[in-house]
Design a protein around this ligand. Sequence first.
Ligand SMILES: Cc1cc2nc3c(=O)[nH]c(=O)nc-3n(C[C@H](O)[C@H](O)[C@H](O)COP(=O)(O)OP(=O)(O)OC[C@H]3O[C@@H](n4cnc5c(N)ncnc54)[C@H](O)[C@@H]3O)c2cc1C
Length: 309
Amino acid sequence: MGFGRSTLLWISENRWMREKIPNLRFVQKAVKRFIPGEELNDALKEALKYEQFGITNVFTHLGENITNLSEAKVVVNSYLEALEEIHNHNLNTEISLKLTQIGFDLSIEETANNFETILRKAADLNISVWIDMEQSDYVDKTLDFYKKMKSKYQNVGICLQAYLYRTEDDINSLMEFEPKIRLVKGAYMEPSEVAFPQKSKVDENFYKLSALMLDKLSTKNIRIAFATHDVVLINRIKNYCQEQNIEKNNFEFQMLFGIKTTEQLAMVRDRYKIIVLISYGNAWFPWYMRRLAERPANIGFVIKNIFTN
Ligand SMILES: Cc1cc2nc3c(=O)[nH]c(=O)nc-3n(C[C@H](O)[C@H](O)[C@H](O)COP(=O)(O)OP(=O)(O)OC[C@H]3O[C@@H](n4cnc5c(N)ncnc54)[C@H](O)[C@@H]3O)c2cc1C
């Protein structure tokens, strides 16, 4: 892991930095590159624009690792409101959340109650809910949680990370649940005991896992999302699908708001399914630091904002 990436990921998890840095005005300005605003309405406005281009969205109300269960109630209500507004605006938007945002560090039982409150409302409105994947310590219990939820509800998906050695086994263990899987490279600082330290190995594993899931399409009822901005990887996946005669509507690509927008539009013109994840809310600091860590050159944008009004 490069020095820039590891430093930024360390900062993302440092309590003092989490409290101080978000108050800096130039950081508040720089973060606007990745979030349309802090309010649900900001996300709704963007989603309405995206749908005109044939791109649908996933909303995330930013937040993680709450320390008091009363905070979870606020988060649950915010997602219930988001679901209601998605429905009122006639959008095809889905939602995605972190289990630690609704109490996973405090009580699995309460987390399940909170999650099911959201999931039931989403099911009534025919909307899917994705579970983000967090640090590797959470993977076992997140997968157990997902399997329980998926046994009861259809409308729930899970994120898996290609940087973890274990993910191939996890994909296989999920198959009997007819999962919806969003494959990502992985955004956290992980030790080499659990994750590939070299980027080239992560990229190769992403491709291998993509092919593995695509091969299962003919026999399993699964939904597959490749969530990456890596154009080389995307082209390899597209080529694999062509070679295997897999139709474009059998899989999807997901990207983040503010990254590779031109490519998103080109792909939708090419009849690929594209979903863009839009984040909003004021708890953006750790999430934003992970975005900087993905491309330390992004620091240039932050510095530029020190010198511009
Ligand atoms: C929809 C979605 C959901 C996600 N959910 C999770 C999750 O639940 N858990 C998790 O661990 N991770 C999640 N991630 C993040 C993911 O793990 C990666 O950290 C992130 O997508 C960057 O990796 P990449 O695949 O784009 O490849 P990279 O090799 O990092 O990037 C490829 C190219 O994309 C561009 N790019 C990538 N990131 C940025 C950036 N921040 N700023 C500017 N340009 C950039 C650059 O041009 C770069 O060269 C999610 C990502 C997406 C798109």
